[in-house]
Design a protein around this ligand. Structure first.
Ligand code: FPP
Length: 246
């Protein structure tokens, strides 16, 4: 693990993850896709524990994208059932461990039962501060930005905001996760090198890490490798470091 000049480990404060590869993991084992997603939940448990142990404070994972509705209906049902089981089985333990659970994404297309469970989980863990787990469910980065635009338009229409007040800061405050620092590191497993409509606004200066490991196989050692790579990155945020040569 790399340290900064003060001997403190360089760790992303906010880690985002695209947990890709569940389907291929299952196919390799001649299992149904839903078994892959179940294994994906196990990996999430492992990585959450490892991330906390390494000093990550916030983790935002892509559990179901706006586009995942296009999948076969039995797969969508299996993912929704898995989410319900996760909420039913894990919230008490997360709460006990000091984890605050939050959800980002649309809620109007989810079943009433899931929305009720999401709201209960958020309410039950709202005062926990040791770690924050954000689950992106029916989330899309383009939706997030257009939703911010709609909210701002409503404020303009109501006479509470002038169009000239709309800037990066006002848009930001209407996007998901605006109360948290932006993700420092985004990991995508499963071999594809794209962002798939995840955290488009929030990842402006996020470091990306892509690896071939399928999500259910991703464990603490893989997380260490990603964090070690992150620690070598020079983050300039569009500025210039003293030793940069041009
Ligand atoms: C991508 O793998 C993964 C998803 C679409 C869902 C990710 C969900 C989980 C890890 C489990 C759900 C989490 C909770 C908390 C209930 P893929 O199916 O696209 O894999 P493939 O590219 O190999 O087909």
């Amino acid at each position: 693990m790399s340290n900064n000049n003060n001997g403190v480990a360089i760790v992303p404060e906010h880690l985002a993850i695209i947990m890709d590869g569940n389907g291929r993991w299952a196919k390799k084992r001649i299992l149904g896709t839903s078994r892959g997603h179940r294994a994906g939940v196990e990996a999430l448990r492992t990585v959450l524990r490892a991330a906390r142990a390494r000093g990550v404070r916030y983790m935002t994972v892509y559990a179901f994208s706006s586009e995942n509705w296009k999948r076969p209906s039995d797969e969508v049902s299996a993912l929704m059932a898995l989410l319900k089981r996760y909420l039913a089985n894990e919230v008490a333990e997360l709460k006990q461990e000091g984890v605050r659970l939050s959800f980002i994404g649309r809620r109007d297309r989810l079943g009433d039962d899931i929305v009720a469970m999401i709201e209960a989980a958020e309410r039950d863990t709202a005062d926990r501060e040791a770690f924050r787990l954000n689950l992106a469910v029916d989330y899309g980065g383009q939706w997030d930005i257009s939703n911010a635009a709609r909210l701002l338009a409503e404020e303009v229409a109501a006479g509470r905001l002038s169009p000239s007040d709309i800037n990066e800061s006002t848009v930001h405050h209407h996007t998901a996760l605006s109360e948290l620092p932006a993700p420092d590191l985004l990991i995508r497993t499963g071999g594809d090198v794209r962002i798939s409509n995840y955290l488009l606004w929030q990842s402006a200066y996020t470091e990306f890490y892509f690896c071939d490991t399928l999500w259910p196989d991703f464990g603490a050692a893989d997380l260490d490798a990603a964090i070690d790579e992150f620690a070598t990155r020079q983050r300039r945020y569009g500025g210039r470091t003293e030793d940069a040569v041009c």
